[in-house]
Design a protein around this ligand. Structure first.
Ligand code: IPM
Ligand code: MG
Length: 356
């Protein structure tokens, strides 16, 4: 079988980490008698430079024509002063919406070998944690009505948070199903004490929970959740929350694992096609210096193998290669904490060797 992948390398370190991950992907699928065909797609800041817009029509079409999308990172200071509709981030939001990818899955696990990297107290870090954040991705404030006007206080601006039962149900279902493959616990995070949309969120999740009697559900207000994450992260199994809260809490959770350079993510809709990307950004300060850690993108490819291509053994092999490299002490700069480190490309070679 030949899988067709649209690669949105993007900006900054995007090209180096996606090309590393594609090499790993080629090598592992070959073991199972498969191959991959790649289409490079121009989107993000590089598309603004080349074509004057962050998400050219053709780019979305190429993503929709693929079996899955691998994205590096988009954005950088160079494009930070452009108006909202012309920013590189528009590309990301446009692909998510255009492909109907409503569920963003962000696992955050503290690997025992890296427990020293966790910024929490030693006794908390030693307990470890393994959570999956399920973030709604194409609704809420990111896509609600927004605008500006003139009033008594001068210029005003607004963004609105809207969620329908349909949207809450479908993301809730993803979380409950995921919990069934894990530790059977869902924490639903909202702001139901203040927001009407939060109250609908909570009611809808409770109704849905009746279909999953084997899964326990706990509601948590978002401010408390921010606190609980640093106080007792081991309590979380699956977290389900809105687009905006998920954006914020997933950054917090990722930092607890020691390095944002290690964490993958998957964005899925109703079909098997998804978009896979590291959760870190484009890191323009180290672009082209062969310092970027390829692991988050490599682990994103593992998620693709498991969730879109139905090749769990291949995914396991990639994940085992990463764990083995880390256990044998190999470190890129972001996870070296002052100790010796290797280049990004050396990490890639180490992973390829382990897959041989
Ligand atoms: C993320 C990012 C994006 C988001 C930005 C780049 C638009 O922070 O994927 O979490 O806010 O969703
Ligand atoms: Mg974010």
């Amino acid at each position: 079988m030949t899988y067709h992948i649209a690669v949105v390398a993007g900006d900054g370190i995007g090209p180096e980490i996606t090309s590393a991950a594609c090499r790993v992907l080629d090598q592992v699928v070959a073991k199972f008698g498969h191959s991959v065909r790649y289409t490079q797609v121009l989107a993000g800041g590089c598309a603004i430079d080349a074509l004057g817009e962050p998400l050219p029509e053709d780019a979305l079409k190429q993503c929709l024509d693929s079996d899955s999308v691998l994205l590096g990172a988009v954005g950088g200071p160079k494009w930070d002063t452009l108006p909202g509709h012309l920013r590189p981030e528009r590309a990301l939001l446009g692909i998510r919406k255009g492909m109907g990818l409503y569920a963003n899955l962000r696992p955050a696990r503290l690997m025992p070998v890296l427990s020293g990297a966790c910024p929490l107290r030693a006794e908390t870090a030693e307990k470890g944690f393994d959570m999956l954040i399920v973030r709604e991705l194409i609704g809420g404030m990111y896509f609600g009505q927004s605008g500006r006007g003139q009033g008594e206080g001068g210029t005003y601006a607004y963004d609105t948070e809207v969620y329908s039962q349909m949207e809450i149900n479908r993301i809730g279902r993803i979380a409950f199903e995921a919990a069934r493959g894990r530790r059977l616990h869902v924490t639903s995070i909202d702001k139901a004490n203040v927001l009407e949309s939060g109250r609908l969120w909570r009611e809808t999740i409770h109704e849905l929970a009746k279909e999953y009697p084997d899964v326990t559900v706990k509601d948590m207000l978002v401010d408390n959740a921010a606190m609980q994450l640093v106080q007792n992260p081991a309590q979380f199994d699956v977290i389900v929350t809105t687009n905006m809260f998920g954006d914020i809490l997933s950054d917090e959770a990722s930092q607890l694992t020691g390095s944002i350079g290690l964490l993958p993510s998957a964005s899925l809709g109703d079909g098997t096609r998804g978009m896979y990307e590291p959760i870190h950004g484009s890191a323009p300060d180290i672009a082209g210096l062969d310092m970027a850690n390829p692991i988050a993108t490599v682990l994103s490819v593992a998620m693709m193998l498991r969730m879109s291509f139905g090749l769990p053994e291949a995914a396991d092999m990639v994940e085992a290669a990463v764990e083995d490299a880390l256990e044998s002490g190999l470190r890129t700069r972001d996870i070296a904490w002052g100790g010796p480190y290797i280049k990004g490309s050396e990490m890639t070679e180490a992973l390829l060797n382990r897959l041989n």
